[in-house]
Design a protein around this ligand. Sequence first.
Ligand SMILES: *Cc1c(COP(=O)(O)O)cnc(C)c1O
Length: 397
Amino acid sequence: MQTSVSPHRALRSTGRILMGPGPSMVHPRVYEALSRKLDGHLDPEFLTIMNETQEMLREVFATKNRLTISISGTGSAGMEAALVNLIEPDDDVLVCVNGVFGARMCDITERLGGKLHRIECPWGEVFRVEEIEDALKKSPGVKVVAIVNAETSTGAHQPIAEIGRLCRETGRLLVVDAVTSLGGTELSVDDWNIDVCYSGTQKCLSCPPGLAPITLNDRALARLHARKRKVSSWYLDMSLIESYWTDGKRAYHHTAPISMNYALHQALAVVLEEGLKPRFERHRRNSLALVKGLEALGFRLFAAQGHRLPMLNAVWIPEGVDDAKTRRQLLDQFNIEIGGGLGQVAGKIWRIGLMGETSTRENVTWFLSALESILYSQGRLKQIGAGLEAVVQAYAT
Ligand SMILES: *Cc1c(COP(=O)(O)O)cnc(C)c1O
């Protein structure tokens, strides 16, 4: 490994295979977009790029919402933007927690002075609509419900449609975290009655981190415009950002991260060229093969059967296997990054990402071979080949 300490050294690519919980592999067209020469952020060409980006974002979010844009910041900025615009001090907010990102929404809600109503279900499991219904009966004052669609800390896939219907029928606004789901599995903002939905660029959109796509419908905007107080964050105030993204207004708010906007434009173009359905099917198929291979090696999946994400495969680390050492071997010997556990499952699970460009047959096969080699050399497998065989069979059927 390169261990030079010269501050003047050229930065060379490691060629890593990014199979963690994000960032994912980036398409060459997106890298090219990043090196495109700058136009000004109010240049007519840049405004055209923004308009096209909005159109493509509407397609991937499956929404007609006019206010569908990207926030300058990572997925967490999208989360913060969603909540800071809807919540005023003392507003009752129901947050559903089954992992790290639900917990982050609670933290933000409390910082905003919202009255937090927190419900939990075990990590790796998902909420049933009845649980949300009960919670809303107990706290009838709740105005905003927040939930994570794809819990990247556990690999659990939360169904949204019924919760969306419930919130719509009972007059609550629904905020959905789709940071990991967008572009990797079905998401239908309008059909599922989601009022605010946000994402990030570095998961299944396969773009570097730096922007947070977000969409707000008219119900959410009505609430924003009826606020008694100003949004407590100037930078994330959607009523200000809205003017920059509206044709005819284009009022300067902050300088858009221009290169990142080029990159997102191309990332979305790549997604839509493939087509959403084929893309979801590719994610599903590669995940199934990976899971077959892991199970053949004796691994147990962490998330509940029937509620597993195709782009984030969480497995229990087998008894006696050294978490940090094994991940380091994957990195040093095979150039593969996978993720460790967060929070209460730190040291207990691995998170193997197959997001966007990372989700390929080559990567699944290479990873399984690498993992088998390492476990064999650690003396944990008597024979080599069972995982790989299962993968080959999975792709043959
Ligand atoms: C990654 C992620 C976030 C946070 O995004 P950052 O880009 O790390 O700020 C939020 N929610 C979920 C579900 C995520 O997977």
